[in-house]
Design a protein around this ligand. Structure first.
Ligand SMILES: NC(=O)c1ccc[n+]([C@@H]2O[C@H](COP(=O)([O-])OP(=O)(O)OC[C@H]3O[C@@H](n4cnc5c(N)ncnc54)[C@H](OP(=O)(O)O)[C@@H]3O)[C@@H](O)[C@H]2O)c1
Length: 261
């Protein structure tokens, strides 16, 4: 299947590792030019170099912290200055801290809203005019299964990503006749460095294997997902084949989501 991404310009968040890296790599393999975002410059540049080497695609590092309004503006401005347009925007990055929802003060809530919700609002605001001018665009948000099937201690992400789903569904209605789609993916457990944050023992880089095994048993497919299994859906949603899908929420979770829809 040709995904027709050859002349497309993509902006991919959290692209130095994990899910974002897999997305950037796959879009580049399909011929897209990819502007890649993360905070730490060195690993980001290394990731760009690796993708260019392996795919031949043009990549462009934009070091930025998506929790900051000015950085969000810079991301879309830098991509537009360099490439003249943005066709694909993939909203993906880290996540706020875990903990009991009542334990967080206003500062923690404010940071979570900036990180998970306002980054999507701001980056979309920056990319949308270019998509509208060209009458074509794709926006894909990466959230988590917990946004539709909440988990204790994930409350900051649950509440703010629920806001992303509401924002995206509303926007999808308002841009429905402009050739632009916006969809949200909710990954279940995926094999990235983030598993160390969620199932860490407290020692950096060390995972609590018992907790991990218990959690894996709750996944009907009996395994953790791979970043490429998220990237594949992103690439499809970015293609013309997905032109009639907008405002949707897709769970990619080895069958773990426990309801009919
Ligand atoms: N892995 C899972 O099981 C799983 C499941 C469900 C949902 N998710 C969600 O999917 C997203 C990606 O997860 P992942 O597993 O790929 O995580 P990861 O391996 O930890 O990668 C996170 C990426 O985001 C960048 N990043 C983090 N905070 C940022 C910020 N404030 N501004 C800009 N870039 C930032 C990181 O680079 P820098 O540190 O250099 O900024 C890195 O490139 C996260 O939102 C995560 O919560 C993951």
């Amino acid at each position: 299947m040709d995904l027709s991404l050859k002349d497309k310009i993509a902006v991919v968040g959290g692209a130095s590792q994990g899910i974002g890296y897999a997305i950037a790599h796959l879009l580049a393999s399909e011929g897209a030019t990819v502007a890649m975002v993360a905070r730490k410059q060195e690993p980001l540049q290394e990731a760009c170099n690796r993708i260019t080497q392996e795919t031949g695609a043009i990549t462009f590092a934009i070091p930025a912290d998506i929790r900051k309004a000015a950085d969000c503006e810079n991301i879309t401005r830098a991509a537009l200055e360099r490439f003249g347009k943005i066709d694909l925007l993939i909203n993906n990055d880290g996540a706020p801290p875990l903990g009991e929802i009542q334990s967080f003060d206003d500062i923690a809530w404010h940071k979570a809203v900036e990180q998970n919700l306002m980054s999507v609002v701001r980056l979309t605001r920056g990319a949308l005019p270019s998509m509208q001018k060209n009458g074509w665009g794709r926006i894909v948000n990466i959230t988590a299964l917990s946004a539709i099937q909440p988990i204790a201690r994930f409350g900051l992400s649950v509440a703010t990503w629920a806001g992303v789903i509401g924002y995206s569904k509303t926007l999808s209605l308002e841009i429905a006749n402009q050739g632009i789609t916006i969809n949200t993916i909710c990954p279940g457990r995926i094999a990235t460095g983030r598993l160390g944050t969620v199932f860490g023992t407290g020692t950096p880089g060390q995972i609590d294997q018992n907790q991990l095994a218990q959690m894996t048993q709750q996944i009907p497919m009996g395994r953790i997902g791979e970043p490429d299994e998220i990237a594949g859906l992103v690439a499809f949603l970015c293609s013309p084949w997905a032109g009639y899908i907008s405002g949707s929420v897709q769970h990619v979770d080895g069958g773990r989501h426990a309801s009919l829809i």
